[in-house]
Design a protein around this ligand. Structure first.
Ligand code: ADP
Length: 366
């Protein structure tokens, strides 16, 4: 038996009858999982979430919740809690009344409402604010009220659409950990939408990376970072160096790529033929300098264009293999600070397995 709690089965969506904004979605969310839909604006994340909530209907395919098809089930019967970017609180109600609303609507008894609202307020650390109105609270506090309101009726599933994007950076950091803590403590299933990779990587068990109405990759945060499946994901998640070249030899676990005359050993990921154009993807922190560089499978000389001190690490921009934008990140140390100079030529190295050769049809920069 499948342990999926939410299942999208061949789901498609078009708004205008012509253009598919969700192309062929097959996605399973496990019970208790924190799954994030991550992708650029317009890639179909919100549409997917709204079909799950019941505010949009799928043009094709079926959505299942807890084993039951829900395409024809009205939103209010889906037992799903929602948190939006705009907190969507009722301005004329107190915090307590806002949180009580889903319970009042469900005709829960007055004593039970009192207990549950008190618990929800406690959960988000707002017990002292029960009698305030939304306008008398900060953005972060209002969003906590919205979270408490989404959780108070103990929904099967909680959906969050960019819930932190209206908050300033510091509050966002704090709320990230608070939402994650609530998820872990309550054991609820969360489907979360964001375009912010740091939110996705910090909070999620798994992340579905959306690109133009399709899932480009579904994986754990570490999996996405370490093993991007295509150039889009490699580009979208974290920083990476992109080198363009052509496959000159190909074995099962390794390949050799000619990048502007330099031969680079790499891990083939989806490339199939000698002569094929490829994009090499290499994280800036996987490059070593000095003695360790010489012991790596790939060693090249680069010219330093720019040195930037960033407190805990040093960032170098260098020219090599046909690019002037090769980025290297090394931990800050007194030795490196005095040894490195702009315009200097240095030797760098990296392991073949840290360098992924991805398919890249036209070999041009994306
Ligand atoms: P995301 O959440 O990834 O930014 P959306 O799901 O909001 O993406 O949008 C996907 C595409 O569908 C976009 O091209 C958007 O313009 C279009 N779209 C979204 N909502 C509607 C709507 N109600 N009517 C028509 N087109 C829409």
């Amino acid at each position: 038996m499948s342990n999926s709690f939410v299942k999208f089965d061949g789901v498609q969506k078009t708004y205008d009858g012509e253009h598919l904004v969700v192309r062929d979605l097959n996605l399973e969310v496990k019970r208790g999982e924190f799954l994030t839909l991550l992708g650029p604006s317009g890639s179909g994340k919100t549409t997917t979430l709204m079909m799950l909530a019941g505010f949009e209907t799928a043009t094709h395919g079926e959505i299942y919740l807890d084993g039951k098809p829900i395409n024809r089930l009205a939103p209010e019967h889906r037992e799903i809690g929602m948190v939006f970017q705009s907190y969507a609180l009722f301005p004329h109600m107190t915090v307590e009344e806002n949180i009580a609303f889903p319970l009042t609507a469900r005709r829960v008894s007055r004593t039970e409402i009192r207990d549950r609202v008190a618990r929800a307020l406690d959960m988000v650390g707002l017990s002292r604010f029960a009698q305030r109105r939304p306008a008398q609270m900060s953005g972060g506090q209002q969003q906590r009220v919205a979270v408490a309101r989404a959780l108070v009726f103990e929904p099967k599933l909680v959906l969050m659409d960019e819930p932190l994007s209206a908050l300033d950076k510091q509050l966002r950091e704090q709320m990230k950990f608070e939402i994650k803590r609530l998820h872990d403590e309550l054991g609820i299933t969360i489907v979360y939408v964001t375009h912010d990779q740091s939110e996705a990587l910090t909070m999620s068990d798994r992340v579905a990376v959306f690109n133009d109405g399709r899932i480009a990759q579904l994986d754990t945060p570490a999996g996405l970072y370490e093993r991007p499946a295509d150039p889009f994901v490699a580009h979208f998640i974290g920083e990476n160096n992109r080198l363009y070249g052509e496959i000159v030899s190909l074995e099962d676990s390794h390949c050799t790529v000619n990048c502007n005359g330099t031969l680079i050993r790499a891990l083939p990921v989806g490339v199939r033929n000698v002569g094929e154009k490829t994009m090499l993807s290499l994280r800036p922190e996987r490059v070593s300098l000095g003695l360790p560089a010489d012991r790596q499978e790939n060693t090249v000389n680069v010219q330093i264009r720019q040195l930037i001190y960033l407190g805990d690490h040093i960032r170098l921009r260098a020219s090599t293999c046909g690019t002037d934008d090769f980025i290297i990140k090394i931990p800050n140390s007194a030795t490196w600070q005095s040894a490195l100079k702009e315009e200097q030529v240095i030797s760098i190295g990296w392991r073949a397995e840290d360098c992924r050769a991805l398919p890249h049809a036209d070999g041009a920069a994306i």
